[in-house]
Design a protein around this ligand. Structure first.
Ligand code: ATP
Length: 366
C-alpha cells in the first residue's frame, strides 16, 4: 500500500472553475515527487489539497491507508515551505527554527538539540545568532527549510521554494535540497514550473497541463519516452524540435527531403496514417552535421549561432520551420549558409497530428 494515495481527485473552485481533473497518483514513503507544468496547470492547487489548505471537491486522499480528506493540516503531519519563506525578521536564525516547537510546548533542551542538529544538516551552525536580514537569499531559504524539517514530520511539501533566488543560488540550493532529502528521508512533494529543477531533483516527475496529469515517470522516462507532444516539448532545454507534415505515399516531406516512414513504422501502422497529419520530433542534441547512415538527412539554412562553451546552439530554418540544433563548438556552421544534418532513426519521435500522442516506432533503442 502506497504511503500517500490520491484517487480520482478533482478540484472545482466556488466560482465553478475546474482546476484539477481526475488526479491519480500513488507515492511511496521517502519518494521525492515533483509536480511540474506551466503557470495555471493546477500544481499548487493539488499541493494545497494535500496540505489540507484547500478542500477536495471529489475523490479520495489517503495517508498510510487512512482517508485524509477531512483531516486538518496539523493532523496530516505535514510541513510546508512556501515561495515567500516568511521568516520572522526580528528573531535570530535559532529562534526562527525553534519557534514552532516552543509553541507546541516542547522542552527547551529537546528544542536546543533539534535546532543544533537541523543547523548542522543545513550548514547553518555559524549563523544561529544572526537575523534574517544579515543572511544571503540561499541562507534564508535554508532557514525556511530548517523550520519545516525540525518538526520531523513524514511529509514535506514545497511550493516553488527557489523562485526568489538568483540563478546561481538556485543551482546550489537544488543540490542542497536533494542532499537534505537524502539525509532526512521525508516523503517530499515539490512544485515548480522549471523543468530543470524537476529533472535534476525528482525521483519521479508529474507533468501537468490544464488541470490534467500528462505523464508520471522518472526524469529518464520523461526525457526519452514522452507520451505526447506536450511532454516532449516541456522536458529538455532547448526543447524538442517539431515539424508537422501530412503522410503521402508512406512518406513525409520536410523541406527538400522526402522521408520514408517505412524506416520507423510497421506497414499496418503506416497505412493507417496515409493522408493524415503527423508530427515529426527530434531533440537538438540528437543530430549530427553532414550525411550519416541509418539517419534522415535534412537540409536547412543557418540563421543564427550561439556559442555556449560546451556546445553551440544553431538556429536553422527548414523551409519555413524553425529548429534548434546543438553542435560541437569546434565545428560550428557559418551564418547564412546551407547545411545538411542527420537525425538517426533511433532518435526520431513521431506523434499523431490529431491527438498529439506518441506513435511507437520500431527503431527506438531505449
Ligand atoms: P502557478 O505556477 O502560476 O502558481 P499552478 O499550476 O500552481 O500555477 P494553480 O495555482 O493551482 O496553478 O491554479 C490552477 C488554476 O486554478 C488557475 O487557472 C487559477 O487561476 C485557478 N484558481 C486558483 N485559485 C483559485 C480560486 N481560489 N478560485 C478560482 N480559481 C482559482
Amino acid at each position: 500500500m502506497a504511503y500517500l494515495s490520491l484517487q480520482g481527485i478533482n478540484k472545482i473552485y466556488p466560482n465553478g472553475f475546474h482546476a484539477v481533473h481526475d488526479f491519480n497518483l500513488d507515492i511511496e514513503k521517502g519518494e521525492f515527487i515533483i509536480f511540474v507544468g506551466p503557470s495555471g496547470c493546477g500544481k499548487s492547487t493539488t499541493l494545497r489539497m494535500i496540505a489540507g489548505l484547500e478542500n477536495i471537491s471529489s475523490g479520495e486522499f489517503l495517508i498510510d491507508g487512512k482517508r485524509a480528506n477531512e483531516m486538518g493540516p496539523r493532523e496530516r503531519e505535514i510541513a510546508m515551505v512556501f515561495q515567500s519563506y516568511a521568516l520572522y525578521p526580528h528573531m535570530s536564525v535559532y529562534d526562527n527554527m525553534a519557534f514552532g516547537l516552543s509553541l507546541q510546548g516542547v522542552d527547551e533542551d529537546v528544542i536546543e538539540k533539534r535546532v543544533l542538529d537541523t543547523a548542522r544538516i543545513l550548514g547553518l551552525t555559524d549563523y544561529l545568532d544572526r537575523k534574517p536580514r544579515a543572511l544571503s537569499g540561499g541562507q534564508r531559504q535554508r532557514v525556511a527549510v530548517g523550520r519545516a524539517i525540525i518538526r520531523k514530520v513524514g511529509i514535506f511539501l514545497m511550493d516553488e521554494p527557489l523562485s526568489n533566488l538568483d540563478a546561481k543560488q538556485r543551482v546550489t540550493m537544488r543540490s542542497e535540497i536533494t542532499d537534505i532529502h537524502r539525509k532526512v528521508g521525508a516523503t517530499t512533494i515539490y512544485v515548480t514550473h522549471d523543468q530543470t529543477e524537476a529533472m535534476t531533483m525528482a525521483d519521479r516527475i508529474v507533468v501537468m497541463k490544464d488541470g490534467y496529469i500528462q505523464q508520471v515517470g522518472t526524469p529518464y522516462d520523461l526525457y526519452f519516452k514522452p507520451v505526447n507532444v506536450f511532454v516532449a516539448g516541456f522536458i529538455g532545454e532547448p526543447p524538442m524540435n517539431f515539424v508537422t507534415s501530412t503522410v503521402q505515399n508512406g512518406s513525409i516531406q520536410i523541406g527538400e527531403a522526402t522521408l520514408s516512414l517505412a524506416e520507423l513504422l510497421t506497414p499496418d501502422v503506416l497505412a493507417s496514417y496515409e493522408g493524415k497529419k503527423m508530427v515529426f520530433g527530434f531533440r537538438p542534441e540528437a543530430i549530427e552535421l553532414g550525411n550519416k547512415s541509418d539517419s534522415y538527412v535534412l537540409n536547412a539554412e543557418v540563421e543564427l549561432t550561439e556559442l555556449l562553451g560546451d556546445n553551440t546552439n544553431v538556429y536553422v530554418d527548414i523551409n519555413g520551420t524553425k529548429s534548434i540544433l546543438k553542435v560541437d563548438p569546434h565545428n560550428t556552421p557559418k551564418m547564412d549558409t546551407k547545411i545538411d544534418f542527420s537525425i538517426p532513426y533511433s532518435a526520431v519521435y513521431l506523434f499523431d497530428g490529431e491527438t498529439e500522442n506518441v506513435i511507437e516506432t520500431t527503431k527506438k533503442s531505449y
